[in-house]
Design a protein around this ligand. Structure first.
Ligand SMILES: NC(=O)c1ccc[n+]([C@@H]2O[C@H](COP(=O)([O-])OP(=O)(O)OC[C@H]3O[C@@H](n4cnc5c(N)ncnc54)[C@H](OP(=O)(O)O)[C@@H]3O)[C@@H](O)[C@H]2O)c1
Length: 257
């Protein structure tokens, strides 16, 4: 039985580029996202170009049952998931007092709960086989509080902390866990989050392919935390050196430009 890579949020941006990396290396794919038509188009393109098998599962991961349904479908088909990429996520822009509660709740369901569920469902079999790779997509946002995107930044701090702890817990078990922490990336993310295009974001924006390539390499190398970009790598250092009150003020100012 050949191992598959399961990628959530594979219809655009970073997730799609990570999926393409696996396909180039001849690894079969399970692609998860909500837009079925787009998933089917991507499947047809990847199968024709790279000759790997692609299973698409159109699921809304904010539904609590979705991770179980994905796991059941994969088990039913006798597919072995060796690589799990928890990438689906979205942001919500605005002061927390003004944003829509249902949207903030969905953000936690997707960025936090579904990621936790997917890890819980797929990792035990990897541990049994003493083989597996997991990438949880966090963000540079994970290293600081984020006024005007408070819930999003908090959700990514959760993903980073969870992944680093899992990295230690699982490294003796043959399972490598990485947190990918990009700064701003040119994807559908900004529009979906209804973000303003600040000068800081414009100056540092990276292409999704570059970010995905760095994440993919870091995953193979078994790195706990992968931060694409040179300046970006300094951010965790700076946020540790600066007093926390300045970090949150700077984060607020960068959104106000
Ligand atoms: N772009 C940035 O600046 C940036 C920076 C740091 C970290 N990140 C993180 O990178 C990850 C990927 O984001 P991206 O920038 O590539 O954004 P994107 O282009 O908007 O991609 C998000 C992906 O997630 C899927 N998705 C969204 N809601 C979903 C749901 N409820 N259920 C299942 N799939 C869902 C989307 O597909 P469907 O709409 O088809 O469901 C899409 O494939 C996210 O976790 C994001 O937080 C992004």
């Amino acid at each position: 039985m050949e191992g598959y890579a399961l990628v959530t949020g594979a219809t655009s941006g970073i997730g799609l580029e990570i999926a393409l990396n696996f396909a180039r290396d001849g690894i079969h794919l399970i692609l998860v996202a909500r837009r079925e038509e787009k998933l089917n188009e991507i499947r047809d393109r990847i199968e024709a170009q790279y000759g790997v098998k692609v299973l698409v599962l159109a699921k809304d991961l904010t539904r609590e049952e979705a991770p179980d349904e994905i796991h059941e479908e994969v088990e039913k088909r006798g597919i072995r998931v060796d690589y799990l990429i928890n990438n689906a996520g979205f942001g919500s822009f605005g002061r927390l007092k003004d944003t829509d509660y249902e949207k903030e709740k969905d953000l936690v369901k997707l960025n936090v709960l579904s990621l936790l569920q997917m890890n819980k469902l797929f990792i035990p079999a990897m541990v049994e086989r003493h083989f597996g790779y997991v990438m949880n997509v966090a963000s540079l946002a994970a290293f600081m509080p984020g006024p005007v995107m408070a819930n999003y930044y908090a959700s990514k701090a959760y993903v980073l902390s969870l992944s680093e702890a899992m990295h230690e817990e699982l490294k003796e078990e043959g399972v490598k866990v990485s947190a990918l922490c990009p700064g701003p990336v040119r994807t559908e993310f900004q529009e979906r989050a209804e973000m303003k295009k600040t000068d800081t974001a414009k100056a540092f924006i990276m292409e999704a392919k570059k970010v995905a390539d760095a994440g993919y390499l870091g995953l193979w190398r078994g790195k706990a935390v992968v931060i694409p970009g040179t300046f970006e790598k300094m951010v965790p250092v700076l946020t540790k050196l600066m007093p926390r009150c300045l970090v949150r003020k700077a984060a607020f100012l960068s959104q106000k430009e």
